[in-house]
Design a protein around this ligand. Sequence first.
Ligand code: NOJ
Length: 449
Amino acid sequence: MNFTFPKDFLFGAACSACQIESGCHEGGKGKDVHEHFYPIYPDKFFGADPNESADFYHKYPEDIQKMKELGLKCFRFSISWSRIYPNGPEEVCQAGLDYYSDMLDKLKEAGIVTFFDLFHCDLPYWVIEKGGILEPAFIDWFSSYAETCFRALGDKVDYWCTVNEPSINIMASYAYGSNAPFLKDMNLAIKACHNMILAHYKCLHIYKSLGLNGKIGAVIHMQPVYSLSMDPKDQAAAERDQAFYTGWWLDPMLKGHYPEILMDYPYLTEKLPEGFAEELKENFIENDYIAINYYSPGFVEYEDNGELDYKIIVNEELPKDGYGFTSYPQGLYDTMLYLKDTYPGKDIIITENGIGIKKWGNYDEELVDDYRVNYMREHLRSLSRAIKAGAPVIGYLHWSIMDTNEIYAGGYNFMFGLNQVRYDTPEKTRIPRKSWYYYQQVIKESTVN
Ligand code: NOJ
């Protein structure tokens, strides 16, 4: 049986500035949080110096040429805020804008659709010093930065994304203490999430007022949440986790309010600022598209804990990659149909899906990544089925175009790339893996067999 994709389907790949760019001291760049904290806590970064990543800063022209050879239809990347505003909210760095402008021109020349994030985990350090996402002024700092980018680059970007995976990044930074600024306070996290949504709304209002041709939204981490029992309490627990994990972002961004089923939980409502519902309603502006990153499913069961009354459990039966992600291709199908039914009428794009295996230390052997080929095949088959079942999916972007710095989650120890990056060479040579050639064939035929 063949699994086909629509004509014009956006087969693409993704990555982000702070994970492959390097060039940390060039082009007038200011320090982002990782560059600031890495020398202080190298262990939290698995010893990965942010300046030693894949050097996309210098190598993007040849990388884009290779993307063209791959047949890539869409490339997702991010703008490093600290390249545009190195020292504070007042002073714009033209060299930063010129760098991204040239990258976008080269992508356009290669016929590649552009999908660019404004914030992918790499706040400028000055933002942290001034109070971070929690600070009310964050809304202005972020939206002015966005406006600068829209004005300078707006006609070159087809899809703008304000923020990548806020559910992970903000929680990890403010509630779980694993990402900079390493805070552990759910009260602060919920307030920071709210501020992020308001900042997102403001960026969308500005973008729309400029009359540009592209689309705008945000990228949300999505895991379909299942209960392993048929007990109605467990089933309801799964719905709540789904609402907190995904609906907490997609509902305000597509419907203008937080998920209704969570509004009876003081655990959340008491942490939100007074008048939060009116604030969302008054400022609401709808995303143009739904973009989600899908890696793994989640599993929960009911627990009376005075919070959201569930706990996360592990499904031991599913295979896991070295990174800790569970492989469950059916979850991608379920996710697509869930989104189609819950937020009808919006195009859906998968902005990340991929597999991370721990390096085993032999660069030649690591080129033969059958595990990635299998993973892609199964996930793309699921996706093709979902499209045939009516899900309006317009693209699939594989994570990642090349090996990355996984920052707080493993540094340079994991392989996510269609391209291997030879970190042992000064020029960070890229070598296409087996999966690269597999994907080239898939794109060419628009079919997965
Ligand atoms: C999601 C994040 O957006 C990306 O930065 C990360 O590298 C991948 N997941 C893999 O962990």
